[in-house]
Design a protein around this ligand. Sequence first.
Ligand code: NI
Length: 156
Amino acid sequence: MAIRTIRIDEDPILRKISRPVVRFDISLHTLLNDMEETMRNAMGVGLAAPQIGILKRIFIIDIGEGLIEFINPQIISDEGEQVGDEGCLSLPNRYGVVSRPNTVTIKAQDRNGTYFELTKSELFARAICHENDHLDGKIFSDFVIGELNYTNNEDE
Ligand code: NI
């Protein structure tokens, strides 16, 4: 496994549309393994492939319940609303309030190409929406309610 460079700030690749995965082969598995190592190294709870410069429809999430890999994901329904703070490894030291569905149902493929469906709420649902947006070149700061804030560190 290898830690890849996380693209940040105004990197134009973060604004591009990712393409579907068609080959579920060893190079996909290497990419997924590298994404996991990169996410854990950065202490993130989610990472989308475009964040490491790979324009493929892939993201991973681990909010503390174990890693789940989502390939060619589609949110097929959502319900309710949650409003809360959000951040992103691609916008270091910033956070802001974003409205998201409280529950989402998502269909995706695993690393072997097998389809699965999951219904998740609260933080996991927020992470799904956030990571799925990355595949369409959208970043949470596009949707922040009020101000984008800076964490209390050297930026203050
Ligand atoms: Ni993000």
